[in-house]
Design a protein around this ligand. Structure first.
Ligand code: UTP
Length: 237
């Protein structure tokens, strides 16, 4: 059996502004996944909630304040996006699990039987970054790729700090110093990597890759073990 790869795909990556860019992005993702399957590799795709999660959480927040209730709304949005991707990939005849699993155990067993498994969130209290790192560990993958809407990890927010420096490589402890570790984000809040995911990666000795998933050539390069534009975060092994 070939190697297993796990990718956290940010919800924002699958909704470029222009309609024609959306079709192009889906088409390119199909190519990347077809070539993975052709090489006998397995792929777990964990899809974020993006705009529907933000919209749903904002709507529910008008009357709800319970964190886990708002997280459930976010989870529903991640599963909506996961179903969109699952159907888009199945449509070209890829060996995609027909079920969108809702737990790590279910996802890991589906990955034994299929080349591709697409899922969203699992339980309240973390984001799909953390789900992806948990799946990487359960499926025996040594690296988890976080494909998001920033190009790299920076030492400060590059939108507000023009002196912010990006990292091509860093350690998990250096990442933890920037994001925090093991502290839950508020429902719908974002961080370059979810601090809960950072904790799982550190304990599970999983390397992380952060790259811009809107440009799928970067994801393809990282999956193929080639040089890629992004940040490699080495766990302490
Ligand atoms: P996301 O994983 O989409 O958060 O979960 P994100 O980091 O903002 O990702 P992007 O923007 O899509 O890249 C959205 C929300 O859903 C809930 C949380 O409230 C999270 O903020 N969620 C998601 C969970 O509670 N559990 C999960 O397993 C997944």
């Amino acid at each position: 059996m070939g190697r297993t790869f796990v990718v956290a795909l940010g919800g924002s990556t699958l909704r470029p502004e222009a309609q024609e860019d959306r079709a192009r992005w889906f088409g390119r993702l199909r190519q990347v996944v077809l070539s993975m399957e052709g090489e006998g590799r397995r792929l777990g795709l964990v899809v974020g909630g993006g705009a529907p999660a933000r919209e749903g959480i904002a709507l529910a927040s008008t009357v709800l304040s319970d964190r886990s209730a708002l997280d459930e709304v976010g989870i529903a949005a991640t599963r909506l996006n996961a179903t969109v991707l699952q159907q888009v990939l199945m449509d070209v005849g890829l060996d995609v699990a027909a079920e969108v699993p809702t737990s790590i155990d279910a996802a890991a067993s589906l990955l034994d039987a299929h080349h591709v498994v697409v899922m969203g969130g699992t339980v309240p209290g973390h984001t799909t970054d953390a789900v992806a790192v948990e799946l990487a560990r359960a499926a025996g993958a040594s690296t988890c790729i976080i494909a998001t809407n920033v190009d790299r990890v920076y030492d400060a927010d590059p939108r507000t700090n023009e002196d912010a420096q990006s990292f091509a490589e860093m350690t998990i402890d250096e990442l933890a110093a920037i994001t925090g570790i093991d502290e839950a984000l508020a429902p719908g809040a974002s961080s370059v990597v979810d601090p809960i995911a950072v904790g799982h990666a550190k304990r599970g000795a999983i390397d992380l890759v952060v790259l811009d998933g809107r440009d799928l050539s970067r994801l393809e390069a990282a999956l193929e073990g080639k040089a890629f534009d992004g940040t490699l975060i080495r766990s302490n092994r």
